[in-house]
Design a protein around this ligand. Structure first.
Ligand SMILES: NC(=O)c1ccc[n+]([C@@H]2O[C@H](COP(=O)([O-])OP(=O)(O)OC[C@H]3O[C@@H](n4cnc5c(N)ncnc54)[C@H](O)[C@@H]3O)[C@@H](O)[C@H]2O)c1
Length: 260
């Protein structure tokens, strides 16, 4: 119960990683505002409550700034403020750059990068007013390296998330808000959500687990997928008061895949 007096808002809370983040923060005593599209938000809030935690659901689309403002208002109303924002909402994509049309590029950038910006833009005034807060973006190891084919829009969006995270940490620290930290988590291949979803590959549709076994496993020193709970643990770690000196970082949780 290390975060009992905290309120956390989570975008994409109904997804594989978002759900684990919601449960982990609730287990530490935090009040959870679980945001996602439609019923996904309701389902995860219900699961947190069934597990004994405090949670409310907000149906919120990261493509809409008004939804992000409503999410923050709900946190203030329910829990008296907003201490932590975790941005988990995201989309995967597949296909070579020339095979995708511009609308697919725009869709992925708009949710993954612009959606992260919109959530932060809505949360920041609350944190600035109280001079404290934790912003935790969920990027990817593909925010630091190129993908192995087929994912240019995704890689570009995640590099953008890492860049936004680093720039904002520097901006806030140097503008007199050292109590607000901004960090990214860069998951490797996770055994949940889009990490296990079926994807189109040149060899036909394949589950994420199969893709990992075939193409990635040999590149990962630990030779295993990451569990969603390990990403959630990293998010809780970054939210703890003892992590106040960590800002502007992009923490890989990837079994040793990427070492920079
Ligand atoms: N699973 C992995 O292997 C992996 C690896 C690296 C990074 N990530 C990142 O982690 C985050 C979570 O991914 P996941 O694996 O849990 O996938 P997921 O598909 O299970 O979860 C993504 C969630 O985002 C929500 N979402 C999509 N568009 C939205 C929008 N416009 N507004 C609000 N919510 C929206 C979806 O409804 C879904 O619940 C993503 O940003 C993803 O890029 C995942």
């Amino acid at each position: 119960m290390r975060l009992e007096d905290h309120a956390v808002a989570i975008t994409g809370a109904g997804g594989g990683i978002g759900r684990a983040v919601a449960l982990a923060f609730a287990a530490e005593g935090a009040g959870v505002v679980a945001a996602d599209l439609g019923e996904r938000a309701d389902a995860v809030a219900e699961e947190v409550r069934r597990a004994g935690g405090r949670a409310v659901a907000v149906r919120a689309d990261v493509s809409r700034s008004a939804d992000m403002r409503a999410l923050v208002e709900r946190s203030v109303r329910e829990f008296g403020g907003l201490d932590v924002l975790v941005t988990c909402a995201g989309l995967g994509t597949a296909g070579l750059l020339l095979e995708q049309d511009e609308s697919e590029w725009t869709r992925v950038i708009d949710v993954n990068l612009n959606g992260t910006y919109r959530a932060i833009r809505a949360a920041l005034p609350q944190m600035i007013a109280r001079r404290r807060g934790r912003i935790i973006t969920i990027a990817s190891v593909l925010g630091k390296m190129g993908g192995y084919g087929f994912v240019s829009a995704y890689v570009a969006s995640k590099h953008g998330v890492v860049g936004l995270t680093r720039a904002l940490a520097s901006e806030l620290g140097s503008q007199g808000y050292p109590g607000i930290t901004v960090n990214a988590i860069c998951p490797g291949y996770v055994r949940a959500g889009m990490g296990v979803a079926t994807q189109a590959t040149k060899a036909g549709p394949m589950s994420g687990t199969e893709i990992f076994e075939r193409y990635y496993k040999r590149l990962v020193p630990q030779r295993r997928m990451i569990e969603a709970e390990e990403i959630a643990h990293a998010a809780v770690f970054l939210a703890l008061p003892e992590s106040a000196g960590i800002t502007g970082q992009a923490l890989n949780v990837d079994g040793g895949f990427v070492t920079s």
